[in-house]
Design a protein around this ligand. Structure first.
Ligand code: SAM
Length: 297
């Protein structure tokens, strides 16, 4: 997979050699070193045409703050999407910032790339989306700053046949899209084939991609050695060796935790017919209303 990130703060992603950047460590760093993912970080200002490399201007209609300019973003996306090397994976230095040459050539109407624009006004980013993105060949992230990016940039990319998602990582406002990109890239990259040591952990994770045991639920509590710590014992069932009993206990705990912290997820699961009689009994015991009427709210 190729990942392009356009930002006015390329240093956010680490120095050119990648050492110390958030995309250069742990599972993602290893995936990049193997060539499973190639990151290209671009400084948006290289596509600004004035002497000050201006990327923003005052908003039409007034109001506080500045808006990022459509012409600069358009030039950046044109250059990245017409980069003939874009499908080549595994550059020798995957972290190296690769300044694309600004180009006047038109963007192909269908690019094969997906543009992801982080914004608090986007659709919520979910594990389902992370799974879908993990199947993409090329993701391009546009990091906004100030009051965001001129809306015509997204309209223009869509009109040219590009898949575009405006995505929020939560109901709060960050200063820029860079942190959101790190969040999204980390969620996506750990789902790439071969990145996680144990593929089962994906389906056993909270939200449980791929229809696993945690499908639509939060994962319950987890434990490791020692069996007793500061007077607290690990739940006996986990030491029983009875795999069916352990699986049931884990699902019960997941149901209880999800009902308490994310009742919206339980309602969604119920609406999708994802709760069996035992699940419902556990939820009723936990004080969660699972009858049809109250589930609807
Ligand atoms: N005026 C915008 C609004 O109210 O929707 C907020 C702009 S915010 C200060 C600047 C940039 O931070 C956004 O363009 C986006 O790239 C990023 N950003 C802020 N909050 C975000 C969130 N919750 N999810 C994703 N990106 C976010």
């Amino acid at each position: 997979m190729r990942v392009d990130v356009v930002t006015i703060f390329p240093d956010y992603f680490g120095p050119a050699a990648g050492v110390g950047g958030p995309l250069g460590v742990s599972l993602i760093g290893k995936a990049a070193a193997r060539g499973d993912v190639a990151f290209h970080i671009h400084d948006l200002r290289q596509w600004a045409t004035d002497v000050h490399h201006t990327v923003d201007d005052t908003p039409f209609g007034g109001g506080p703050g500045m808006v990022m300019k459509a012409d600069v973003w358009g030039a950046a996306l044109d250059a990245i999407l017409s980069d003939k090397s874009q499908s080549s994976a595994n550059p020798s230095l995957p972290w190296a910032a690769t300044p694309s040459t600004p180009s006047a050539s038109p963007v192909p109407s269908v690019t094969g790339a997906r543009l992801v624009v982080p914004t608090p006004s986007g659709v919520p980013f979910t594990q389902e989306m992370a799974l879908a993105y993990a199947g993409e060949r090329h993701l391009v992230f546009a990091c906004g700053r100030y009051e965001g990016i001129d809306a015509r940039v997204v309209e223009d990319a869509r009109a040219r046949g590009m898949a575009v998602d405006e995505v929020s990582i939560g109901d709060y406002v960050l200063a820029g899209g860079e942190a959101a990109v790190v969040v999204i890239v980390e969620a996506v990259c750990r789902l790439l084939p071969g990145v996680l040591g144990n593929e089962r952990s994906v389906s056993d994770d909270s939200f449980g991609g791929g229809g696993g045991s945690m499908h639509g639920l939060l994962e319950g509590p987890v434990y490791t050695r020692p069996r007793a710590w500061r007077g607290n014992e690990v739940p006996a069932v986990l030491l029983s060796g009875d795999h069916a009993a352990i699986a049931r206990w884990q699902r019960d705990e997941a149901l209880r935790r999800t009902a308490e912290r994310r009742p919206d997820l339980i309602r969604r699961l119920a609406a999708a017919d994802g709760l069996d009689a035992r699940d419902r009994a556990v939820l009723i015991q936990a004080g969660f209303p699972v009858d049809g009427e109250s589930m609807a709210h």
